[in-house]
Each structure stands twice: as C-alpha cells, then as structure tokens.
Design a binder for this molecule. Structure first.
Ligand SMILES: Nc1ncnc2c1ncn2[C@@H]1O[C@H](COP(=O)(O)OP(=O)(O)O)[C@@H](O)[C@H]1O
Ligand SMILES: [Mg+2]
Length: 311
C-alpha cells in the first residue's frame, strides 16, 4: 500500500480562503448567474434575528469567506485545524405511526480540515443517523450544518446533492456496491452522477485511468472486471473506499467501515484510512461501536442515547 494515493493527489492539501465566490466548492461549477440564487437560498437558511441571517442577504459568498477567514485566524492562533464541518443543535426523531422515536438530541459536532474523528457509541445510540444527517442524506428536524463556512442543511435538494456528490465520500458497513456491474464500473459511478452524461463520456478515458489507479492502490488491480459477488468482504470494502475517493472529496464519512470484516481485513481498511488521512490530509469522520477501532482516530466523540457525552 506504499504508493497509496499517489493519485488522489491532485486534491489540494488543506483549504485556503479565496476571494472567488465559488472557491469554497472548487468542483462546483455553478455559473455566476446561478450564484445570485444563493441569496435567496441563504435567506431561506437564515434564522430570524440572527447575524447570519442578516448578513446572508448581503451576499452569502462574502459572508462565507469572511467567516472562514476569521475561523482560520483563530485556528492559526490556537494551532487548531481549520473547521471544515460544524453541526449545531442537531435534533431528529423518527416516527413509527403516531409514536415519535427521538434519536438525536441537540448534538453539536465539528471536524477540522485534516482531522480524523471517530464517533463511538452503542448500537442504537444514533451514530448512523448522525452520519447520515451530516452527509445530507437525511435532514435534521432542527439545528444547522455548516460546511466550509457555508450553511448546507437548508439548501435545495439539488444543491445538497451536488455538494454531497462532489465534496463528500461515503463508505458503509455493507459496502453498497452494485452487484451487477464490475468493480471498475462501481468505482466510476459517482463520476457518472457528478459529471453528467456528456462530460463523463468526453472524459471517460481519464476517469477510467483514475479509477484503475485507485483500485490498484487499494490492492485490487486483479479484480477490475470482477463483480462484487465474486469479491471477499475485505475486497468489497476496499472497492467501496476506492469509489468514495473517485470524485476527490474533501470529507470522508465512514459508517462502521470495519463492522462486517474479520480482524485482519478490518486492520487493512484502517490502514488505508489512516494513510489517506496522514498522506493526503483527507478529513475523515468514522462511526464505530468498537473502542479499539475508534482509538485509531485523532479524536473520539461519544454518543449516548443520541446525546454527545462529555468525557
Ligand atoms: N428509519 C428509521 N425509522 C425508525 N426508527 C429508526 C430508523 N432508523 C433508525 N431508527 C432508530 O433510531 C435509533 C438510532 O439508530 P441508528 O442511528 O441506526 O443507531 P446506531 O447507528 O448507533 O446503531 C434506533 O433506535 C433505531 O431503531
Ligand atoms: Mg449504525
């Protein structure tokens, strides 16, 4: 695994503030006229009476870069990582018929650029729900999520989809590979979605090369044409990691990535994640119920019955 990620690579280490309104989302090709729509979106996000709401109307890009600049100054002074994602006051319930099942209670969470944070808790404590909410796969009932200085939980569905596809990589306990297509095609799927048909076919050669290289670096170059049912659990998870990296995300969200693996395969997956974090400065949020796995991250956040438990 030594040459791991010589590839993913073109991704820049860390993030720098910029005067470009789209610099927070470098892959986001939003046209300038679309950006005007951000004002409306930001107004929709605004909390009545809050400074964020008031300033958002003046222009969210300016607010985002100012907020980010202040955050960076503070972080530099305290030698803390620059905040990449922050969630404030997240609450969420599920409903079983007429019965409310509260799952998250006023959860605060943040992760800095280049940090590797684990979220640990017993089964049913709300870990997957929290990760899904952070990844905008699910919406909180209340609370806010900010990514790269910009509030994202209340963006339109299409904008959230765009951010998720281009900025977040996701790994799940049960891999979620498509069984009927090859390993290589599974890794390419996020690019098909993110790029759209025309751009994907125009750049297909480059993308296939990128996917092949990623699969090589996770030790699967001999499995490119194999379909998931022909792979072992460890191989499927390594393929899923390659898939999560193909769009060169800035944040990796992993839900029990070793939960379905034996010890050796679990260790191999953890080695890949640690290498990604150490060598590529990839920010990782990993959910696990296993204290030994959680301890391999830089920092651990404990969830107990949907609340963050202070150490
Ligand atoms: N879609 C759902 N509908 C109803 N209840 C759910 C749903 N998803 C999760 N829950 C409940 O929410 C609680 C937390 O679930 P989850 O976030 O999956 O916990 P964890 O990942 O820590 O095991 C559990 O009690 C679970 O049964
Ligand atoms: Mg879970």
């Amino acid at each position: 695994m030594n040459s791991f990620f010589a590839l993913a690579t073109k991704r820049q280490r860390g993030s720098q503030p910029s005067s470009s309104p789209h610099a927070e989302f470098p892959h986001d090709q939003t046209a300038p006229d679309e950006a005007a729509g951000d004002v409306a979106v930001a107004t929709e996000c605004a909390t009545p009476g809050s400074p964020r709401g008031a300033t958002a109307i003046a222009g969210p890009a300016a607010v985002a870069s100012t907020t980010q600049a202040i955050t960076m100054q503070r972080a530099a002074a305290a030698e803390e990582p620059v905040e990449l994602m922050a969630a404030r006051g997240l609450s969420k319930s599920y409903w079983k018929g007429k019965h409310e099942v509260p799952v998250l209670h006023d959860v605060d969470f943040e992760v800095g650029t280049g940090e590797f944070v684990s979220i640990i808790g017993q089964s049913g404590s709300g870990k997957s729900t929290l990760l899904h909410v952070l990844g905008t796969l699910d919406a909180p009932d209340s609370g806010e999520i900010h990514f790269d200085g910009r509030r994202i939980d209340c963006l339109s569905t299409s904008r959230r989809d765009k951010i998720r596809n281009r900025q977040f990589g996701m790994v799940f306990q049960f891999y979620h590979l498509l069984p009927e297509v090859t390993t290589l095609e599974n890794v390419l799927i996020p690019l098909m979605i993110a790029e759209g048909v025309f751009s994907y076919w125009r750049r297909k050669r480059e993308f296939v090369e990128r996917a092949t290289q990623l699969l090589e670096t996770v030790g699967l170059s001999h499995r490119l044409d194999h379909k998931p049912p022909e792979l072992s659990g460890g191989e499927m998870q390594r393929a899923a990691i390659a898939r999560s990296l193909i769009a060169q995300p800035r944040l990796l969200l992993a839900d029990e990535p070793t939960g379905n693996l034996d010890r050796q395969n679990g260790e191999e997956v953890m080695e890949i994640l640690r290498t990604l974090n150490a060598e590529q400065n990839l920010t990782i949020v990993m959910v696990t119920h296993d204290a030994g796995i959680a301890a391999q991250a830089d920092r651990t956040v404990r969830l107990f019955e949907g609340r963050v438990q202070l150490a």
